[in-house]
Design a protein around this ligand. Structure first.
Ligand code: BGC
Length: 346
């Protein structure tokens, strides 16, 4: 294993660093302090051809301009919180509304646009970059001083690991994710319709037109949401299903079965032979098939088209604070929060 770091750009006179990790087989993971963001993931196709498979720019300035959360650590709470309102320990809290009538991805200028502090941990068969951030009490309406670390690891088993840790001094909400956009062809001018996706999930969370979960968990059986066997994403793009038609693809949480010994999700590009197997300790994977962008350029400086990537967001269910069946995202003082997601790169 080896690593190096380079200046990625400057914000307010402060150098922002990017780290490159590389294993003996030439797999590479690049991450930056800006947003604790993954910027590159380089892996071989079936003939050994290396390519980057995540949306990530070569300069900090380009990252600062985009608003699609490319590769970023999202928090404090990934996905929408209905009306941005929640109650903890008898106190009512209000997060800023930044998405229709709701709060999305922790509210404006959240984890994705902070400069995190970094350090490196080297082992024989793995290298980690540890990003640290303190989110002050009351930031974006959330209670508690929250100390967060996001740790990215690349190892010799060709795995990319993300570990989240956090502590708080007041009861608060915490549900981070990594907003990585993948295209396993390695060519971001191509569409991901031919990628197959498999998810070990019997039920998905239905959404309203504004993307907020309705609270209903719908059986996947008999619909395009049945990904218990691999299915091409194109099927969801072309489907007449009312839920996919709402958003032009998937923008939905899948509640994981968490079957022991079974992968939570597998994304595969049959043409290149690249695949990524995902296992997570959270109870959900949100699939967002990049159904629309602002004026973000793609990696060849063209306007990104819908469906040129797919975001796979491992987390707890969105809007969990309002639906008891969605799991617990409350973090209390004295608790040590810990969650891992593993991406096996094949
Ligand atoms: C959300 C989408 C949103 C995208 C970019 C996804 O996680 O579910 O609705 O457009 O992030 O913010």
């Amino acid at each position: 294993m080896k690593y190096w770091r380079e200046a990625f750009g400057e914000i307010n006179g402060q150098t922002v660093w990017q780290y490159w990790l590389e294993n003996r087989q030439g797999y590479q993971l690049a991450v930056t302090e800006y947003g604790a963001t993954i910027t590159h993931l380089v892996m071989p196709d079936q003939s050994g051809q290396m390519a980057n498979v995540v949306i990530g720019y070569d300069t900090l300035a380009d990252f600062v301009k985009q608003q699609a959360y490319f590769g970023a650590t999202v928090g404090r709470v990934a996905g929408r919180i209905g009306q941005g309102a929640f109650t903890l320990d008898g106190h009512d809290y209000q997060a800023p509304i930044n998405n229709g009538a709701n709060t999305n991805h922790g509210g404006p200028n959240s984890f994705e646009s902070q400069i995190w502090q970094s350090s490196v941990v080297e082992k024989d068969d793995a290298i980690s970059v540890v990003f640290m951030l303190t989110s002050p009490d009351g930031e974006n309406g959330f209670p508690g001083n929250l100390a967060v670390t996001t740790t990215y690891t690349l190892n010799e088993a060709n795995e990319w690991l993300i570990d989240y840790q956090a502590t708080t001094d007041k009861t608060t909400l915490f549900n981070p994710t990594c907003h990585v956009y993948l295209n396993l062809t390695g060519d971001f001018d191509q569409f991901v319709g031919q990628h197959t996706l498999q998810i070990d999930s019997d039920r998905f969370g239905a959404i309203q037109p504004d993307g907020l979960p309705t609270g209903e968990l719908v059986p996947v059986a008999g619909s395009v949401f049945d990904l218990r066997q691999p299915r091409a994403l194109q099927v969801a793009f072309d489907s007449e299903n009312t839920q996919t038609k709402l958003v032009g693809g998937f923008d939905h949480p899948f509640l994981l079965n968490q079957t022991p010994g079974k992968a939570d999700a597998i994304l595969r590009d049959p043409e290149s032979g690249r695949s990524i197997t995902i296992d997570t300790e959270g109870n959900a994977i949100v699939i967002y098939t990049a159904n629309g962008f602002g004026d973000e350029p793609n990696l060849t400086n063209q306007a990104i088209q819908p469906h040129q990537a797919v975001a796979i967001e491992a987390q707890m269910m969105p809007d969990a604070i309002h639906h008891t069946e969605f799991g617990n995202i409350v973090l209390h003082p004295g608790e040590q929060y810990q969650r891992r997601t593993r991406y096996k790169l094949n």
